[in-house]
Design a protein around this ligand. Structure first.
Ligand SMILES: *[C@@H]1O[C@H](CO)[C@@H](O)[C@H](O)[C@H]1NC(C)=O
Ligand SMILES: *[C@@H]1O[C@H](CO)[C@@H](O)[C@H](O)[C@H]1NC(C)=O
Ligand SMILES: *[C@@H]1O[C@H](CO)[C@@H](O)[C@H](O)[C@H]1NC(C)=O
Ligand SMILES: CC(=O)N[C@H]1CO[C@H](CO)[C@@H](O)[C@@H]1O
Length: 462
């Protein structure tokens, strides 16, 4: 009886797949979303922060005693960041204890004035061509909102549909793309031009307390941002870099440990900051699995799906309690564009989903060169692949972002033409991939590493 069920199930599965492919194709015909171009912000060189500067910065904070300084240094030494990442002007100027609202606004302005100008120059569009504007900044939401600030700066049209997304963490870039895609579908067949800005403003979130779970950010979070221009106009499709095939969002907030993996709260001294729990890599893997479950039917070839289905049936019939299905993502994906949040998350994803070191190299190198730039990091990762001339016409890129919540949002892009822009990597791409992402100042500060009595509870993160 059960043996008969297999061919019947397979046939049903094949029919379901054909139907899915057909509905997907007809939806695609109705509204496409093309990525025309994107620009990653490269702050001026005087905003680079070296390990020496980081140590000096920590020493200026009189709340930190010797054990905290040692702890911070050990975190820094394992964070996988180079001596080239960027911090906000106010912090570098030594005003970290009294950063103002204006500092945060200045930080935002420096990013978008530079990046948006570059984007318009590259594409030939102007502010008044923009139909939809989406701005995602996590920690900073002034009144009036940042989307209005940008609309005001550029004198955008009155009928521009502006959205500001805040508090949605590092996966907000794909929340913004989701909004864009929905507007495009709703307005179809009228073509829509959308500008998406993703960045983080670090000035308001600078933590000066002594809670170890909240100090990690100081070692990881760095300035960066990206601006992207998207269109649903098929006439512009030929010029586009990539086409969005499928976007899937997953949020595992129902699980306590995932929900509290990244949490904004007050420490024992009532100083606000973001605490990062060591359960974070586990939450990331869990959220990625939840996301994959839904995205896999759209990205893997039918052959691989059938193999999965037979595997599943065979395991069901053998009545084993726990299923372990090995998905071979490589059958449907050529490039993995993973959020470069931290070494531990990259390692956990690599291990759990059978990726190779080359698959995660763009993320690791982005973390090294730019640090964790929050929501914008995936654009730097994509720019790395492009600068290395790895993105060829017809290639499929899976973009995966992780963020507080805990969320995993992913999307599949089809590369439209061979890409080779050097973008923000122009002056350093030949030095990458670096052999080692170890901190170059380890010897100089080896005395800070000697003490083994400190609590290492946050180390699994890095
Ligand atoms: C980390 O999460 C676990 C499980 O949710 C919780 O018991 C623990 O207190 C958290 N640790 C920190 C430092 O927040
Ligand atoms: C923190 O705030 C709470 C509530 O306002 C107060 O009771 C407590 O004394 C404060 N703690 C410190 C260390 O200032
Ligand atoms: C990366 O930075 C963002 C905020 O800028 C933070 O929410 C996230 O936890 C960081 N990722 C890791 C792995 O620490
Ligand atoms: C959805 C969202 O993040 N809305 C924010 C838009 O901006 C205002 C003012 O900056 C915030 O108060 C909202 O939370």
């Amino acid at each position: 009886m059960e043996l008969l069920a297999v061919p019947v199930l397979l046939a049903a599965m094949a029919m379901a797949l054909t139907y899915l492919a057909w509905t997907a194709a007809s939806r695609r015909r109705r509204s496409q979303c093309y990525l025309l171009d994107y620009v990653c912000y490269k702050p001026p060189d005087d905003r680079k922060v070296t390990t020496d500067m980081g140590v000096a910065l920590a020493e200026r904070n009189k709340r930190l005693g010797a054990p905290e300084l040692r702890y911070l240094f050990r975190l820094t030494s394992r964070a996988g960041l180079s001596e080239q990442t960027y911090l906000p002007c106010g912090i570098l100027a030594g005003r970290e204890k009294c950063l103002t609202h204006q500092d945060a606004l200045d930080e935002m302005d420096a990013f978008f004035i530079d990046a948006v100008a570059g984007l318009f120059a590259n594409t030939g569009f102007g502010p008044r061509d923009v139909d939809v504007l989406v701005v995602n900044v996590n920690m900073f939401n002034p009144e009036p909102c940042l989307a209005s600030r940008i609309g005001h700066h550029y004198g955008m049209r009155e009928d521009v549909a502006a959205y500001n997304v805040s508090g949605m963490g590092c996966s907000a870039t794909l929340v913004s793309l989701d909004i864009v895609q929905n507007v495009m579908r709703a307005r179809s067949p009228r073509p829509v031009l959308a500008l998406v800005l993703s960045t983080e403003v670090l000035s308001p979130g600078n933590y000066l307390g002594t809670d170890r779970s909240m100090m990690l950010g100081l070692c990881l979070f760095r300035c960066g941002g990206a601006a992207a221009l998207l269109t649903s106009n098929p006439a512009l499709g030929g010029r586009a870099k990539m086409k969005l095939r499928r976007l899937v969002r997953a949020n595992v907030a129902a699980a306590d440990d995932a929900y509290s993996a990244i949490f904004q709260r007050e420490d024992a001294d009532n100083i606000t900051g973001f605490s990062i729990n060591k359960t974070l890599p586990k939450a990331a893997v869990r959220a990625f699995a939840a996301n994959l479950e839904r995205v896999v039917p759209y990205i893997l070839p039918v052959r691989e799906l059938l193999r999965l289905a037979t595997d599943l049936i065979r395991q069901k019939m053998s009545r084993r309690r726990r299923f372990k299905i090995d998905v071979n993502l490589k059958t449907g994906v050529d490039h993995f564009c993973l959020h470069s949040g931290g070494v531990a998350v990259i390692d956990a994803v690599k291990k759990n989903f059978g990726l190779t070191e080359r698959d995660v190299e763009p993320s690791r190198m982005t973390l090294h060169r730019w640090g964790n730039t929050s929501a914008s990091s995936v654009w730097y990762v994509l720019a790395y692949m492009e600068a290395k001339e790895r993105l060829k016409r017809g290639d499929r890129v899976l973009m995966v972002t992780f963020g507080s919540g805990f969320k995993c949002n992913s999307c599949m892009w089809d590369v439209n033409r061979d890409l080779a822009d050097k973008g923000p990597w122009a002056d350093c791409i030949d030095e990458y991939p670096v052999q080692s992402t170890a901190n170059p100042c380890l010897d100089k500060y080896s005395w800070m590493m000697n003490d083994n009595t400190d609590d290492d509870s946050t180390f699994p993160l890095l």
